[in-house]
Design a protein around this ligand. Structure first.
Ligand code: SAH
Length: 468
């Protein structure tokens, strides 16, 4: 059968969809680029804000209408809309959905298809049914960590995500993720290593380790490794297998130890790039968010990261319009961002989420227009800051890992994760090349391959010699 997956939300969902695609293909199904042609439709959902949830429902109701015309289509719902508990209420609300899959768990769909396969086998003993039955016997594969990339990504995907901590046991008052992704569970080292190794052998050149609070890796394993140990282990694998770059996200300020920062600085394949959300610059708001640090703590953390990791790029997340956020409190967030001059800020408008403490006990009292005004003010500030930071790279030479072509240019990233576009007729996919930066803006840069610059320069010399 043919499948099509819509992936909404975060990098963890991207990784989850990749695992699902891998499993489906292992069981004899194929991807299609045209979703209308697919027999199996899967929506991998996000509910972090109401807007994300609305997107999932919009797609779902569209598919429902189509399924009414053709009931043989299979609809699978995956991810944070489903959650880790039995989605009984969702089943009742959405009876046309055939399969519900919790985050990171493709097995319900595989079982569903296997059951169908068994039925078909009884009727026709066809090859697909036999493939399903055989595949059921190697169910343990998922747990081993080995991942066979889906065909369209095999030997072409450059950058991949590897979950290392599932779930979250922290309790930020605004956040629904712990309710939907379950308690924090670190993945065993062996599984992570197998995952990284298998990706590398299929051409992947950059690995990003994922966790809701990735710097808590290993805290739930007695005497287990921490993130710093894990980075050393993954770095060894990267050296053996030719993985050029390692990143990790998202960090929480309270677990960013000096040891971790020094590890990032010491390991050449771990990139100088830290994602550590601030959320707010006002202490009272931070306390009501239950983030566990003050603005001054965050300020000191940024200084410490910069001191220990030369040339580091720091990304943050901010929420504007949290319940009760006054103009003065918002201004403190604005001032902190203006002071810290970070490399990127994801700015979100507060959205009350069912079941969270802030939705149950606090009033969403900042009007939508005011949230939008605050969001835009921070966005404007931040793009000005990033434009200035990026302008400093003009004329510099930076190593860029190229990922793919975008229109007529190659697209890649610097160690600081900044986007760079370059014109070249060569196949640059998966290569790290020195690039001279010729133009910079807030969202991307353009440059020329240093090898081209040098070739032109030596060409000039020859011309000069001839004319003389
Ligand atoms: N676990 C990570 C990421 C959580 S979700 C962390 O600790 O940051 C990604 C971002 O979405 C968060 O950093 C936060 O800025 C935003 N977010 C989470 N819940 C939200 C809500 N209810 N309303 C608006 N933004 C939210």
């Amino acid at each position: 059968m043919h499948y099509y997956i819509w992936t909404l939300g975060c990098q963890m969902n991207t990784a989850d969809s990749q695992l699902l695609a891998s499993e489906l293909e292992k069981h004899g199904h194929h991807a299609t680029e045209n979703w209308e042609d697919a027999d199996i439709w899967v929506i991998n959902t996000c509910v972090v804000r109401q807007s994300a949830e609305d997107k999932a429902y919009g797609r779902l109701y569209q598919l429902h209408a189509l399924k009414q015309r053709d009931p043989s289509r299979i609809i699978g719902l995956m991810g944070c809309l489903v959650g880790v508990r039995d989605p009984l209420r969702l089943r009742q609300k959405l009876p046309f959905v055939d399969v519900f899959m919790p985050p990171s768990d493709p097995r319900p769909l595989l079982t569903f298809l296997a059951d169908r396969g068994a039925e078909a086998e009884a009727l026709a003993a066809d090859a697909v049914a036999r493939a399903h039955r055989d595949a059921l016997q190697d169910e343990d594969d998922i747990a081993s960590g080995d991942l066979v990339l889906p065909v369209h990504e095999r030997n072409s995907l450059v950058s991949a995500h590897v979950p290392v901590v599932y779930g979250c046991s922290f309790a930020c008052t605004y956040c629904i993720i712990p309710f939907r992704r379950g308690v924090e569970r670190s993945r065993p080292v062996g599984e992570i290593v197998a995952h990284v190794r298998s990706l590398a052998r299929q051409g992947v050149r950059e690995i990003t380790l994922l966790g809701q609070i990735v710097d808590r890796y290993g805290k739930d394993i007695p005497d287990g490794p921490d993130l710093s140990d894990l980075l050393h282990i993954v770095h060894d694998v990267a050296e053996e297998e030719g993985v050029a770059r390692i990143r990790f996200l998202t960090s929480h300020p309270n677990w960013m130890t000096d040891r971790l920062l020094d590890t990032v600085a010491a390991l050449p394949r771990v990139m100088p790039h830290i994602e550590v959300p601030n959320q707010a610059g006002d202490d009272e708001v931070l306390a009501r968010m239950k983030r566990g640090y003050t603005a001054e703590d965050y300020r000191r953390l940024i200084a410490r990261i910069r001191e220990r990791i030369p040339g580091v790029a720091i990304h943050t997340d901010i929420i504007v319009g949290f319940p009760g956020e006054t103009e003065a409190q918002f201004q403190r967030t604005y001032d902190l961002l203006a002071e810290l001059r970070l490399d990127k800020a994801h700015i979100a408008k507060y959205s009350p989420r069912p079941g969270t403490v802030s939705a149950r006990r606090m009033i969403d009292d900042v009007p939508p227009e005011e949230k939008e005004r605050r969001r835009k003010a921070l966005d404007d500030l931040q793009s000005q800051i990033v434009a200035e930071i990026n302008a400093r790279s003009l004329g510099a030479t930076v190593p860029v890992l190229f990922e793919d072509r975008h229109r007529d240019k190659w697209r890649g990233r610097t160690p600081q994760n900044k986007l760079v576009f370059v014109e070249s007729d060569r196949d640059l996919r998966g290569r790290v090349e020195d690039v001279q930066i010729t133009w910079t803006g807030p969202w991307s840069m353009q440059g020329r391959l240093l090898s081209d610059v040098l070739a032109t320069a030596s060409g000039d010399t020859i011309t000069l010699a001839v004319t003389r």
